[in-house]
Design a protein around this ligand. Sequence first.
Ligand SMILES: [Zn+2]
Length: 67
Amino acid sequence: MEYQSTITCPACGRADTETMPTDACQIRYTCKVCGLEMRPKRGDCCVFCSYGSVPCPPMQETRRASQ
Ligand SMILES: [Zn+2]
């Protein structure tokens, strides 16, 4: 299980590595450079699933279980 995900801002390209909460979905993330507020894309549960290099822990579990 990976608990760190690198979020890349779709506006300015800034990438930051963040530690993900294991028991909750983070639905907002604000870019540290341009201030863009990212929200999950349709069908994604959190910003890590939409913009992160690694999906959130619950989603990692789901994907593992379905393989
Ligand atoms: Zn940005």
